[in-house]
Design a binder for this molecule. Sequence first.
Ligand code: ATP
Length: 968
Amino acid sequence: MVNLKVSNQKRNAEHRLEFLGDSANFKTKLVKKMSNLQTYAVVDLEMTGTNPNGSERLIQFSCVFTEGNKIVNTFSTLINPLRKIPEDVQNLTNITDKDVKNAPTFDEVAGTIYALLSDTVFVAHNIELDYRFLNSEFERIGFPKLDLEGIDTVQLAQIAFPTLASYRLGDLAHFWGFKHKHPHHADSDAFVTAELFILLQKKLASMPEALLKSLLKLSDALLYETKQCILQAYENKRKQYEMLDKEHIEVEGIVLRRPRFEVKKGFNDKFPKTEAEQSRLFSGVIDWRKEQAKMMNDIHEHFNGAEKMLLVQAPTGMGKTLGYLVPGAYQAQEGDSTVVSTSTTALLDQIVKESVPLLKKIVPFDFTYEVMKGSGHYIDLEKFSHTLKIPMNNQTRLLQMRILSWLWQTTTGDMDELRLTTYRAQLFKMIKHAGVGSLSDKSAFYGLDFVRLRDVRVKFADFVFTNHSYLVRHAEEIGKGKANLILDEAQNIPSVAMEQSGSVFDFDLVKIYSDTLLVSMESRISFSFEGLIRQHFLTKNEYRTILRNIQTIDHSVPFIREKFWERYVRTKSGSKKEFVETLLSPNKVLGLLKENFAIFLKTTKAYTELLGQMTEMKQRFFRALDAGTLDHEAVNLLTDWFIDCEKLVESMEKWHLLEFSELEKMDETTLVWMKYSPNNPKTHLRLCFSRLEAGKYLEERVYGYFKHIVMCGALLFTKKTEDYTKDQLRLDNDVLTKRYQSAFDYAHQARAVFATDSPDLSSMLSKAEYHAYLTDALADIIEKTSLQTLVLFNSLEDIEAVYNGLSVRGLNKKREILAQGVNGTPEKLKKRFVLTSSKSILLGAGSFWEGIDLPEEKLELLVITRLPFQSPDSLINKVRYRNVQAKGHNPFSAVSLPEAALKFRQGFGRLIRTKDDHGILAVLDSRIVNKRYAHEFTDTLPKNLRIDRVEMKDIPEIIRDAEKDFGF
Ligand SMILES: Nc1ncnc2c1ncn2[C@@H]1O[C@H](COP(=O)(O)OP(=O)(O)OP(=O)(O)O)[C@@H](O)[C@H]1O
């Protein structure tokens, strides 16, 4: 690293280069230039802030030069900004006022930097910020703007490695093990970016020519001259005349892996029952754990016995997943497949990414598995291929490039692999799979379709991994009467079954979408459907019938809505409630529709016809795109029209629930209700359907399709809730049950601290006050401790509010704070949380309470913000409670309290995952101390766990004390 000592003199460019004191290097540079070897200047800047108003100044400039994929020189200098560096920037960069006191000012080094960068290509991680900032600094002191080609390594990394959880420099450096001595220090950031840039160029060079060609076609959308990297890789490949390897196939410019069907080799290994056999099998991979071994043996025996059901209560962190996977794998040689269903997709992801690779190392034979999710998770290749031909904005083009690169690697086509924060982009609506039934066998992609291939492979798979919501809808096709079923966290399946059988018909959404379509179709101002008729895309008559069907829906759905409103909505003026739910019966709905029979029939006919017309139009559109018979405007118009029409059709999907035959089928176990805003007759009116009781549904539509079923959970029920849970799961009272002991020494591995003085939450004045209180409490803990922390919440709304509160205080600049729903999906956040090199804080709800595995230093402090009572206001819960009441029980003590206590115990279970693990639990809700039911929660915790009960202000102190005990 060259450290500059500069004089105040202005120097000319030649002078400045000599000034580097490395003239030999300068000469070699010139020689290389002449031989056309491009020099890249990989730059990183640190500044007093990022405010774009021209008030911020540079505090460090660093640059690493690369040529031919090698680092050839480096340059770095601190810069005196002639002002105070804000505290948070000093913390982030570790550059203090003292460090820059004797450094040169920008005026003094500007000439040198300018000369150094001339004739190079400017490379940066987030080029927009660095290039613009540097140029505005030059302009400020009277230099001309730099006119360099530029490359952005963020975009290149997103294309070259499309499935990473994060593209932040620190995370990428950590992922590849690049040395990053001082993150957020420009010299080390520039060095790491240079290493990354070299890696990215190598990755591009490894891509096949056909893929590079398709990427190149879209690459005008990239920032600055980032495209050049793709062009260069493509040109090099073209010169090599390399054929596409046998593993891949190209269809219409999309490079895909050739489908492979693994032929299973016969094996005949006996299930290891004894400690000696098991220890031999596990050796070098996992430990032999007594209780886990017992569980394996019990499940193996169950799979080979006569009983259908087995309940397994295995304490958290015991290794339940391998406890059922090992016997499942051995069952494959009996010709049985094992279906494993988890309660969330985050847990599904965890099994596939973490437990399956372990299992592969343990068992001495190979096994196959398939993951089953709803078809909407998968990409429809035909649809994606069409989007490549349609005009798109730059953001979408970048996404398409990432998808092209991902398709070169993926074997599943599951878009979750892309780990995007949201899948809300319009592109995903256009390319998501709508099920095998929606495919055309004439498509060039038909034989390669991911969902079709998955459905073929699943027939031969030894394991099928799915989640409860997919299982309850597809049990017949997955189980086929011969598979065994493992229900992980089985206590959750009744509510999933209830939810899945539920549907909503939103009258007003239909009206919104039909209005939008009519505006575009009836418009005479802009280019309209007449243009399509002129281009012979459709006839005038076809246009009229499509328009008529949409108009029918547009008139008659609101008409029926009014009938429901007039008859059943009871408005109470001054009601504070945002929404009211009114119970109806299927019979009442049927009666009202019968009174309006003619209009109901007309709507059904229009909807059915529109569905057919849309499919026909789509096929015609794709043919026209291939033939190139439509002009640019027509393509745009139709693309928008299809998106709007798709929305209308989707909003009408549940219309079939109003079919008389459907309504007549509904018995007393189906609940129908209306949901509306009582104070505003103009807001959405929704008709909701749901099952009241899950047991019958599970018995008929799930259990029947499996040979043996194992229901697992940490604590499926307590004495008090046993009857209720068994009733919900439709289990006999004397169902075979196995319980296992925990192997952890909680007295030495964990500590807990409870707040005694949190305000009574029910009497707090507003949500905002609760959020402010919680933000204060958490900020205090975050500022005074430095542990890897998971904070559990009961709602995403609370997470967002607290995250914003912590950010306003600047805490997210000191520690990485990951917030579910703000920074990404649970899967993505978990990966970031586990990979991150610094001690971060994760704010999570839902799946973070149960099943998520964060061993040892990956979780040191667990904060429970509030006892996890479910909202009693949702109609489903109201009805559940009413049913319990009707049976003579108190709903609070019989359902809501025990459910919350079990969830609380699950949450605590995240803390200790191995024998060497240590952790601290902090509960910020003083109901766990003060309420008469507090013991219901504490009883679920290990008996020998040390618990301190202190005022909120003393909690950080206790945590620090425990921190010392555990040697964190
Ligand atoms: N025999 C073993 N030896 C060492 N590590 C193990 C063994 N069995 C499992 N593990 C590890 O222990 C951790 C906990 O396992 P698992 O995720 O199956 O927990 P669990 O028992 O299902 O708990 P929870 O109910 O909280 O989900 C995992 O990291 C797993 O890889």
